[in-house]
Ligand binder design. Structure first.
Ligand SMILES: C[S@@+](CC[C@H](N)C(=O)[O-])C[C@H]1O[C@@H](n2cnc3c(N)ncnc32)[C@H](O)[C@@H]1O
Length: 349
């Protein structure tokens, strides 16, 4: 069972029209909600999520306009600019290890295209929405020729087969929007009150692994390269993978990814969820929880029951491809805490 149909199955019978996606990430949930006709408010702290949400939820021109724009970008010539210098690698008989011992996320022929296309997007002086569509297309194209494990915290030693392919931009799969959707980019705790019938929260649960430094599990450090492509700010970099200095370990981490306990003995991540639910006034709250995360399920259950009626707990078993509705009981929770299951909790306040 996939997450999206599970969410839909829970939300559809509820009397809700507006859907707040508080940590929208890839925006796949926001996109689904928009396609289902909900009035969507999509928020995430990261630049790349705002760009995706803007292009999928706010695009306002005929599709032909965007395909012309993308064709134009595909015709741009590449050159050795900042991205090639930092992130482009040469092929040494299949090895991606460069003469300085470092590995790179893309082959140079594609970072040259990236350099040319990113400059052209800036030169075109597009509207915010059109630029978002162009950048979305660029990110998707780069993603399809990368040589990583899906994020930019390490690069492969041997070039991936796809990294040899020439990067070609495609028009993103844009769908028609019936509502005037809203895209926000802020820390969830700075947003103030968001009016919505249901709030869906999928915060970035940290790792269970106490030995893993928090920076390794942070979204900002996983996806630092998307940030640099969007901002086009040629930031100062550090470390083997060339991370932006503003994703350094010393920069405060998201409270949801905190793996430590506070002075009261409670996980800081659970305290963050408590604060989040306290500030949310939507009638329904749907919380995603992955049990590989730090917030233990029984602590989480205490928080939820203190705010209202937990109407549903759904466990998604990715292996068996099933979604099981669970009875809400502490015993069950204790018995069922297996690593890396995904749960959905529906709370009615
Ligand atoms: C688990 S992901 C969400 C995934 C999303 N549901 C999806 O389907 O792609 C968590 C997201 O929370 C964002 N985030 C982290 N801290 C945040 C904060 N304080 N406020 C808002 N968003 C935050 C991250 O940028 C990341 O995209």
């Amino acid at each position: 069972m996939k997450l999206l149909p599970a969410i839909l199955e829970i939300v559809k019978p509820l009397p809700v029209h507006s859907f707040f996606d508080g940590f929208s990430g890839s925006t796949r949930v926001s996109q689904m909600a928009a396609q289902e006709g909900y009035q969507v408010i999509s928020n995430d702290i990261s630049d790349w999520s705002r760009i995706l949400a803007t292009s999928y939820l706010k695009h306002d021109k005929p599709l032909g306009f965007y395909s012309e724009l993308i064709e134009h970008l595909n015709a741009v010539s590449g050159y050795d600019g900042w991205f090639s210098e930092q992130y482009g690698g040469d092929d040494f008989g299949g090895s991606a290890v460069q003469s300085d011992g470092l590995k790179k996320p893309w082959q140079r022929h594609n970072t040259r295209k990236l350099d040319g296309i990113r400059d052209e997007i800036a030169r075109l002086n597009l509207s915010e929405i059109d630029e978002a569509v162009a950048l979305t297309s660029l990110m998707l194209a780069l993603d399809s020729v990368d040589s990583t494990l899906g994020h930019f915290s390490s690069y492969l030693r041997k070039w991936s087969p796809r990294s040899y392919k020439k990067m070609i931009l495609k028009t993103p799969h844009l769908f028609e929007n019936n509502c005037d959707q809203t895209v926000l980019q802020d820390d969830i705790f700075n947003l103030g009150e968001v009016e919505a019938d249901i709030a869906y929260f999928d915060p970035p649960y940290g790792s269970n692994n106490e030995k893993m430094p928090p920076s390794r599990v942070r979204y900002a450090s996983y996806y630092h390269l998307w940030t640099s492509i969007i901002k086009n700010d040629k930031p100062e970099l550090f470390g083997k993978v060339g991370r932006r200095v503003d994703t350094r370990d010393s920069v405060a981490i998201s409270p949801f990814e905190e793996f430590r306990r506070g002075e009261d003995g409670r996980f800081l991540a659970v305290a963050a969820i408590d604060r989040l639910i306290a500030q949310t006034h939507a009638r329904f709250i749907l919380l995603s929880y992955s049990s590989g995360g730090r917030a233990t399920i029984s602590e989480l259950s205490e928080v939820l029951t203190s705010y209202g009626n937990v109407k549903k707990v759904v466990k998604i078993d990715h292996k068996k491809n099933v979604m099981a509705e669970m009875k809400w009981s502490k015993k069950w929770l204790a018995d069922n805490e297996q690593p890396f299951n995904e749960f959905l909790f529906l709370l009615e306040r």
